[in-house]
Design a protein around this ligand. Sequence first.
Ligand code: GLN
Length: 305
Amino acid sequence: MKELLNNIIESNRRYTKQGELAAYIPELTKANKDALGVCVTTLDGQEFCAGDCETKFTIQSISKVISLIIALMDNGKEKVFSKVGVEPTSEAFNSITNLETKNLHRPLNPMINAGAIAIVSLIEGENSECVFNKILDFTKKMTGNENLHIDENIYRSEKSTGDRNRSLAYFMKSTGVITKDIDEVLDAYFRQCSIEVTCRDISRIGAVLANDGVIPWNGEKLVPKEIARIVKAIMTTCGMYDESGEFAVNIGLPAKSGVGGGVMAAVPSKLGIGVVGPALDDKGNSSAGIKVLEDLSKKLNLSIF
Ligand code: GLN
């Protein structure tokens, strides 16, 4: 496995040149554009890493999976999906257009920014600090990494430039999708996106989902099986935004990307996979990371279809 991963990383390094760093959050331009790393976690707890697997990056939209799990555990699926839909989008992850035209103002799904911000507003907690601490604690459990913390510079950078997300949130408040204080909701959202991880951490998140919500390394039932199933279904149809269809055809796995360059995949009953490659394609997904997942999926016959 180690040799396979090494070969896949080296043969796909050239694709880092085909992407660009996310620049709309200024601090993200400090990332290493050439980095490419992978980690695989098996359901009996073994780990295999290759390439720049120690590269640190912010979790960004991969955190949307964690907040969705918590919102579902707090509220149940009827309430959550009465506020946020489960349909894929053909628009960019931070698009505002569908909020006005589709689904009676309900954001299309929890993996795009509008849906994810609405999901954070559903997490029970007195203020943004309580909500964020719930998200951070849950992420620590899913990664088995007690040392997780936020990258303060990226948090501040996104908070000071996040006007598109503010627009989405205020629009949703005007239509009644969000009822809480917008500054509080967004503060928790910006913090959750700024949690610093490695591809080992996100590979473990994938492994917990692949294992139906049971933590492979200690046997704890962390996520109810039904919620793990729902989240994997939404990752499959919506996790790579308006590239989810192409990803399903070429790779065929439930996955979630983030603009920090991470991609997390859950191979049901088999593996968790974490990839990092901060150079992004025009949909905001790791350009070389997708190629790594494609090779891995083909070589190990992982597609669920
Ligand atoms: N924090 C980013 C944002 O809200 C997350 C987007 C992403 O990773 N696609 O814009």
